[in-house]
Design a protein around this ligand. Sequence first.
Ligand code: PLP
Length: 345
Amino acid sequence: MAAFERDFAAYCETGFAAGVGNGTDALWLCLLALGVGPGDEVITVPSTFIATAEAISFCGAQPVFVDIDERTYTMDPGLLERAITPRTRAIIPVHLFGQMADMDPILEIARRHRLPVVEDACQAHGALYKGRRAGSLGVAGCFSFYPGKNLGALGEAGAVVTNDAELDGRIKVLRDHGQTRKYYHSRIGWNGRMDGIQAAALRVKLKRLEAANSRRGANARIYDELLGGCEEVVTPWAAPHNRHIYHVYAVRVRERDRVLESLAGKGISCAIHYPVPLHLQEAYQGLGRGEGSFPVSEQCAREFLSLPMYPELGADQIQAVARELKACVSEPADEMHALKVCEAR
Ligand SMILES: Cc1ncc(COP(=O)(O)O)c(C=O)c1O
């Protein structure tokens, strides 16, 4: 595991990496090591996988959501400051779909309020913001190596990268039952270590990550070109200072569920990341944030459609997906036209 930790820290341009059981553990152990606990608040976004909020909740703290920007789908820095209260202990921007959040204004606000920024980089292995690697800008970056990720293990695995030697040390103690030396436990920890088999596989796969990310980027450009002129499809926008690594290529369409079903009928399986924003999940009803609280996240949840995206995808396959998608999204207009013609008669 130590060899992979060294390699991954070097790749992320950080001093340290701590291998842990999965991305959820990475976030949770990192927050625990930062001292987040009961009564605290941690700010994040509602448009993410639930693990981001679960990690906060499992520290005994409360997630506080701010909405996302409608172009990048990441934390809207313009809404961040007003969510900060005397109980805020950390901020977690999520680099959703492989694009990093707008880190400069987020870090600037965090600096003024003396709050640590923990990057949820679980979907952003190798992404760049102004030339800097995901995970290297905040006090720590948390990664998942779930098999479907751009850097995926053979099973569950995760890591926390940081430049802070003390924080790295605390996470390494926490992930190992709180022991500083075998059978001497300085605090109550957990079994959160990365499995050695996963570390060995990840070390090999890490060497191919750059090439795989480049192929995803090339695939995204083909999709962009083919779908760019189609009014009914909103293609992903990559900020010019970002390197988007397209963990997910999510477009936005109206009548998303119908389109999803129709494409499935043609043998094209798409996905939805994610159908329900976190504040509307049953598990988070206790937060008391109803429909309308985070309108951008809510609209995106209704419209997001993740098209097939992986490095091995061929140009012909992308063309077929784009062709069928364009045909699908133009169907309602045709039906409406047919209805109007019927009514006129
Ligand atoms: C944004 C985000 N955060 C956290 C996680 C949790 O990672 P894991 O599934 O490895 O626990 C994931 C994984 O899907 C994720 O996409």
